[in-house]
Design a protein. Structure first.
Length: 201
């Protein structure tokens, strides 16, 4: 894995939020998957991380965003964790697997991943967490990759174009969307590997 992406360890992340402003809007869910690589250079899903997050004090939650993701931030059975604990948990998993794979930095993968990275970075800064394993601005975005590989940029359409199962009723769950994004990313990378060969090995 350390040779596949120039020392970067790939981690797929999706967040559900109370809006689009990472500084003011609440981070409500985190879903993440790490990847592994087999002897043929094919990527596969590895570990998962899923966490409901308590809105940070004074955060904004747009009713329209909550309507889309279906989250009730105050539901008693959410078992949500404080934002600090949620981010620490994610970073611990990523750092442990990154080091185990001989990588020097993690790189975030997502669908329109700028938003996901901005929310994770903002939460880390808000909680004064300095050991952020992710590259501060570089990402792999499956919007661009799927547009190239399948001619589709909407996640649901790109996933289905890749021959991957999709259920609309499960969408907008952070872990579900992260899982489908991970499957899409692996599909594209493995398709390239089968065509061009594992030239990095």
């Amino acid at each position: 894995m350390a040779r596949r992406f120039r020392g970067f360890y790939p981690v797929v992340v999706d967040v559900e939020t109370g809006g689009f402003n990472e500084k003011n809007d609440a981070l409500l869910e985190i879903g993440a998957l790490t990847l592994t690589i087999d002897d043929n250079g094919h990527l596969e899903l590895n570990s998962t991380y899923a966490c409901h997050v308590e809105p940070f004090p004074g955060s904004n939650m747009d009713p329209k965003s909550l309507e889309v993701n279906g989250i009730d931030p105050w539901h008693p059975f959410r078992m949500a964790k404080p934002e600090n604990e949620a981010i620490h948990g994610l970073f611990k998993l990523v750092s442990t697997e990154m080091k185990a794979n001989g990588c020097s930095r993690a790189i975030m993968i997502g669908h329109n991943t700028t938003m996901d990275l901005n929310f994770i970075n903002a939460a880390a800064a808000r909680n004064r967490i300095t050991r952020n394993p992710f590259h501060p601005f570089s990402t792999f975005d499956t919007v661009s990759l799927a547009g190239l590989a399948y001619g589709q940029t909407v996640l649901s359409r790109a996933v289905q174009a890749a021959g991957i199962e999709w259920h609309n009723e499960k969408a907008h769950s952070a872990l579900y969307d992260a899982t489908k994004t991970a499957e899409l990313f692996c599909s594209i990378v493995n398709r390239w590997c089968d065509t061009a060969g594992p030239v990095w090995m």
